[in-house]
Design a binder for this molecule. Structure first.
Ligand code: ZN
Length: 365
């Protein structure tokens, strides 16, 4: 849904090609696909004392910024990246957006001063109701205003950080929509009232969404940011934009390096298109249709689920499917697919998110 499957690559080739490449053979053009992707890093805590799985230490965080600087990454604001994607302008070879979820006070203490020093823009997704409830854990409006003046964009993570797609007992569709309206729209109103009108970008709490919530965001004019991996590109679903987690075990620069340099697999369509599956759908088939295979080593495309490597079955030149070897775990999981490039950039990347509820329709945080 909402994927751009038009001949985007060819448009970009013309738009970005220099005069010599316009006459290049198809082999040469395949080697030099223009870069239409940008990696979006997702952080939470920047602290030594918070839960390891959602934290990076201040020292590691500085190493990340040093790495970006030494390797000459263009650090774009989230609005700049959005604009380039909307206009199919492409990106410099190495480009990145930095984001933080939840707006913890340790981001103000440990990350904001460094980002100001390095003159790098970033986005912080905040939960206004939680800021009211636990002021000591989160940045205040005053602090948010301060970092906004230093180049941060303050955006929407919902009022309450609830599991939005989990319907409450006997909740009607109408009541659920009202609850979503409160969580998304009133949070945006709170942000705009305190900080001036901000772009309508919403990061799903826990990265959880379904087709109904995507439709609401679309109706209300929001982009939706998820938490499964992959670069952001014109192929991204506007209400399921992927980001690379960079906390906990994912903070390792050796593994982050390939992700930062990856490009979006040109996915025109995939099924299931929404993450929530049935409890008894233990091993769902993922079916992916590519817009083209230019620039990538199609035969070397592989998918990964947990520690399992999944060999794709090709239905035709552009469509493949994979099936997990084991039952998907209860809760959130993903299937990642990557293919090496013909030349240059290390990997093309795509990820599909899954949420498998337990028999009672619930799942862990
Ligand atoms: Zn969060």
């Amino acid at each position: 849904m909402k994927l751009k499957s038009l001949g985007l690559a060819s448009i970009l080739l013309v738009a970005c090609g220099d005069s010599s490449s316009q006459e290049a053979s198809s082999v040469e053009t395949a080697k030099k696909q223009p870069d239409n992707s940008i990696a979006v890093l997702q952080y939470h805590h920047v602290s030594e004392t918070t839960p390891a799985v959602t934290s990076i230490t201040p020292k590691q965080f500085k190493q990340h910024l040093d790495y970006l600087e030494e390797n000459e990454f263009s650090v774009l604001s989230i609005e700049q990246a959005h604009q380039r994607i909307e206009n199919d302008e492409g990106f410099p070879d190495k480009a990145v957006v930095i984001t933080f979820d939840d707006g913890y006070d340790n981001v103000f203490e440990h990350a904001a001063p460094l980002l100001a020093d390095y003159d790098m823009p970033y986005a912080v997704f905040v939960n206004p109701d939680l800021m009211k409830e636990s002021p000591s854990a989160y940045m205040s409006w005053e602090q948010l205003k301060q970092i906004q003046q230093q180049g941060a964009t303050i955006v929407n993570h919902g009022q309450t950080h609830a599991h939005l797609i989990r319907r409450r007992a006997s909740e009607t569709e109408e009541q659920w929509r009202e609850r979503m309206h409160y969580d998304v729209i009133s949070a945006q109103q709170a942000i705009d009232a305190k900080l001036g009108e901000q772009p309508k970008y919403f990061a799903y709490p826990y990265g959880e969404y379904d087709a109904e919530l995507q439709n609401l965001l679309d109706e209300w004019g929001f982009l939706g940011f998820a938490q499964h991996s992959g670069p952001w590109s014109p192929y991204s679903d506007k209400t399921a934009i992927t980001r690379f987690p960079a906390s906990g075990i994912y903070a390792n620069l050796k593994t982050l390096d390939a992700k930062l340099k990856s490009r979006a697999l040109p996915v025109a369509d995939y099924k299931p298109s929404e993450p929530l599956i049935a409890y008894d759908d233990e091993r769902p088939t993922l079916r992916v249709t590519l817009a083209h295979t230019d620039g990538l080593q199609q035969k070397a495309l592989r998918c990964f689920q947990g520690t399992d490597v999944l060999q794709p079955t090709w239905q035709d030149e552009l469509t493949f499917s994979v099936k997990p070897k084991e039952n998907l775990p209860i809760g959130r999981s993903r299937i990642n697919c990557t293919a090496p490039a013909d030349a240059g950039t290390p990997y093309y990347w795509f990820s599909a998110a899954f949420i498998r509820p337990d028999a009672e329709g619930s799942w862990p945080d």
